[in-house]
Ligand binder design. Structure first.
Ligand SMILES: *[C@@H]1O[C@H](CO)[C@@H](O)[C@H](O)[C@H]1NC(C)=O
Length: 318
């Protein structure tokens, strides 16, 4: 009787030890981009592809930005700043590929979406590593991505007139995190997005957001040394101006968000799980070598800690 071919042996082993079969399963990642980008754009597509290739993990781009709105690629829902969150939660829950947990790579405004998924998403699969590239985490004191063109001046004036009015909040996404330090009262009252995400309103703090955010295994905060889009650039590290003044820029550890630990940044930092990274270049101009150095290690399968944190489904009575 002839010896079985090696391939048959492999099949036999799989049958005998079905439990041992899937040895190293790579954790997938999703890329959440900023305003004015689309998954099909060359830059973003090759960014996702390169990260996938270098890390050996599969990357997904699931959100487009079209006609001033975020739109889901596999259609579940669409909408502006307020209404994409629910569909995104559903999207993430429905993707079988992500069901064992996943990593998030955020670009610019996409980081706030990523954080909303982590903080608000009920019973979703766990997010393990969150790599934030140029995110306006503490807000921004200027309209992002707007130059000096006619439309920008128009928008700028509209925003200066009534940045926190319902109309502007509903129609212009960036105002969801525009934060003028000398107008904190209106910001806290009228800004729809960031105060909630940052647990900034004393009477409305939700401990669940903190619990979820601080369950991350790693939080990588990448800031660009010459960022002229985020004002101040330190917002990428959760640094910001003090309330009531435009100077000095407080380092993250001196902000109230950190010292009072509104969302668990301090908890994460004290556990050694926050990496504050500064790279040369303008907004989002990350070099390939810095991608390899600061992003790829967190996407590799072996980057996971042994005891990964399982998020269990909790049912809360109203
Ligand atoms: C806190 O947030 C969670 C998750 O979004 C939600 O289920 C819960 O009802 C919130 N709690 C309060 C008191 O608002």
């Amino acid at each position: 009787m002839a010896a079985p071919a090696p391939r048959d042996v492999a099949v036999l082993l799989l049958l005998l030890f079905p439990v041992l079969a899937p040895v190293a399963s790579a954790v997938p990642f999703i890329v959440l981009h900023g305003i004015g980008d689309e998954c099909g754009n060359d830059g973003l597509a090759s960014f996702t592809e390169m990260l996938g290739e270098w890390s050996g993990s599969k990357g997904y781009c699931i959100l487009d930005f079209t006609n001033g709105k975020y739109v889901f690629l596999s259609e579940i829902g669409k909408g502006a700043w307020d209404s994409w969150l629910m569909p995104l939660q559903e999207q993430v829950k429905k993707m079988k590929e992500l069901s064992e947990g996943y990593n998030i790579v955020g670009l610019s405004q996409g980081n706030l979406i990523g954080r909303a998924v982590i903080e608000y998403c009920d019973c979703g699969p766990p997010v393990k590593n969150f790599i934030s590239i140029g995110g306006p985490h503490a807000g921004t004191a200027s309209v992002p991505l707007c130059g000096s063109g006619f439309l920008c001046i128009l928008i700028d004036n509209l925003i200066k007139l009534e940045i926190y009015s319902d109309y502007v909040q509903a129609h212009l996404a960036p105002t969801g995190y525009l934060k003028i330090p000398t107008d904190m009262e209106d910001y806290l009252k009228g800004c729809r997005f960031l105060p909630k995400l940052n647990n900034e309103i004393p009477s409305e703090r939700n401990a669940t957001y903190k619990e979820r955010f601080s369950s991350l295994e790693n939080l990588v905060l990448i800031m660009f040394e010459d960022d002229a889009v985020l004002i101040p650039r330190e917002t990428a590290w959760f640094g910001y101006y003090p309330d009531g003044a435009f100077n000095p820029v407080l380092p993250p550890q001196e902000t109230k968000l950190y010292t009072e630990d509104w969302i668990g940044l301090k908890t994460l930092d004290e556990a050694g799980r926050v990496k504050f990274v500064s790279v040369p270049g303008g907004h989002l101009r990350i070099s390939r070598s810095d991608m390899k150095k600061y992003i790829v290690p967190y996407l590799k399968p072996d980057a996971l800690s042994k005891q990964s944190i399982r998020r269990t489904c909790r049912f809360e009575s109203a």
